[in-house]
Design a protein around this ligand. Structure first.
Ligand code: SF4
Length: 214
C-alpha cells in the first residue's frame, strides 16, 4: 500500500445504499472532496466547499472501512474522479475482496482505472445537466446509468443508443429529484417513452432519504 498518498475525504460512514441497483444493501461510504460541476439541486454542496474535509492516508482509510465489517464500499463525492489517486484507493479494497462502487458524474477519466478494473468494480454514471456529457474513455467501464429526473431532463438526454449499448446493465435508473410528486409523474412518462424504444428502466427514489438515513 502506497504510504505517501493523502486523500481528501469529506465523510466516512456506514449506511444502507439508497440509490441504484445496490439499493437496500448495507454499504460503507467514502465521500471524496471536490466537484467540477454545480448542479442546481445538489444535495451535497458541502462536498466541494473546500473546507469540509480531512486528509487520510490509504492505510487510515482502509482501517476505518474495515472497522465497519462490510465488504461493499461506495466511493462517492463530489466527483471521485477529481481525486487523481482514485485507482490506488479502489485497488486496496478490490485486493481485499471488496465490491467497490464508484459514483461519478461521468465527465472525467483516469487512465489508471484500466489496470485495476475487474468484475468487482462497479462504475455508476449519473450524467448531469445541462450537457449530460460522458467522457468517451469512461463509457466501456460503466456498469450502470442513473439519471436524476428534474424539471428539464428530456428523453434524448437518456436515450443515447451508442452509449446504452456499451453499458453493462441495460436497465437505466430513473431517480425522481428529491422524491417530488411531479418528478415521479415525469419519470413514469419517460419510462414509457424509453420502453417504446426498447429500453427498460427502473424508477427508484432516494431510499436513504425515505428511511431517514445518511
Ligand atoms: S455532480 Fe453531484 S456532487 Fe457535483 S454538483 Fe452535481 S449533484 Fe453535486
Amino acid at each position: 500500500m502506497k504510504d505517501n498518498i493523502k486523500i481528501k475525504v469529506v465523510e466516512i460512514f456506514r449506511t444502507v445504499e439508497g440509490e441504484g441497483s445496490w439499493v437496500g444493501l448495507p454499504v460503507s461510504f467514502i465521500r471524496l472532496e471536490g466537484c467540477n460541476l454545480r448542479c442546481p439541486w445538489c444535495d451535497t454542496p458541502y462536498s466541494y466547499d473546500g473546507k469540509t474535509f480531512k486528509e487520510y492516508s490509504l492505510k487510515e482509510l482502509f482501517e476505518k472501512i474495515e472497522g465497519f465489517g462490510l465488504k461493499r464500499l461506495c466511493i462517492t463525492g463530489g466527483e471521485p474522479f477529481l481525486t487523481k489517486e482514485l485507482p490506488d484507493l479502489i485497488k486496496i479494497f478490490l485486493d481485499s475482496g471488496y465490491k467497490v462502487l464508484v459514483e461519478t458524474n461521468g465527465t472525467l477519466w483516469n487512465e489508471g482505472i484500466k489496470s485495476i478494473y475487474n468484475e468487482n468494480l462497479f462504475i455508476v454514471c449519473s450524467p448531469k445537466p445541462p450537457s449530460y456529457y460522458i467522457h468517451p474513455d469512461l463509457i466501456e467501464y460503466i456498469s450502470e446509468l442513473k439519471f436524476v429526473i428534474d424539471e428539464y431532463i428530456k428523453l434524448e438526454n437518456i436515450y443515447r443508443p451508442e452509449i446504452l449499448e456499451k453499458v453493462k446493465n441495460k436497465t437505466v435508473i430513473l431517480q425522481p429529484e428529491s422524491n417530488l410528486k411531479d418528478r415521479v409523474k415525469k419519470a413514469l412518462i419517460l419510462q414509457d417513452e424509453l420502453l417504446k424504444k426498447g429500453v427498460e428502466s427502473r424508477i427508484i427514489p432516494q431510499c436513504h432519504k425515505v428511511l431517514g438515513l445518511p
